[in-house]
Structures are given as C-alpha cells and as structure tokens.
Design a protein. Structure first.
Length: 99
C-alpha cells in the first residue's frame, strides 16, 4: 500500500514540476516579447548603421519627421523655446569670449 502511495506522490510531484516549469517558460517568453523585443530591435538597427541601406532608411525617417514638424504652426512649446533661447545665448557668449 505504501509503495502505491509513494508512486502516486512521485507522479504528482513530477506533474507539478513540469507544469511549474512550463509556466515559468511562458512567463519569461511573454515578458521578453512585450518589453525587450522592440528595444533590442531598435538597438540592433542602431548598431547596423555601418550598412548604407540602414543609413538611408534612417535619413528618410529623419527627413519625414522634419517635414511633419515644419508643417505644424508651432514646433516648440513655450518652455522649450525659452530653454533653447537661453542655451543659444550662452553658447554665443562663450564663443565670443573665446575669440
């Protein structure tokens, strides 16, 4: 009787072990695909900038974004414009002092 009970406990243990392992694999796969996959793809594209076609794709994306922003009435928010103006004057002052 004890051997049958021991075999059942061992069988139950292996079923639990397999199901928990499968659940962990599914969770890790889900986390990887939802969080890291897009970021890794973007990072890989940046690393492949040595290829001419990748640089051309990036150039076309930048140009299209610039064209979109130029078609808007106002490109910058007021706070951003003030910050850029202060930065511009500071750089201008440092350049004049260097000459």
């Amino acid at each position: 009787m004890k051997k049958v009970e021991k075999d059942n406990n061992l069988k139950f243990f292996f079923i639990k072990l397999a199901s928990v392992t499968l659940a962990i694999i599914i969770i890790i796969s889900f986390i990887y695909n939802t969080i890291f996959a897009e970021k890794i793809d973007t990072f890989m594209q940046i690393l492949q900038l040595s290829k001419k076609e990748n640089r051309e794709i990036l150039n076309s994306k930048i140009r299209s974004e610039l064209n979109k922003s130029l078609s808007k009435d106002k490109i910058l928010h007021d706070e951003d414009a003030i910050l850029l103006k202060k930065l511009f004057y500071k750089i201008k002052k440092e350049i004049e002092e260097a000459q």
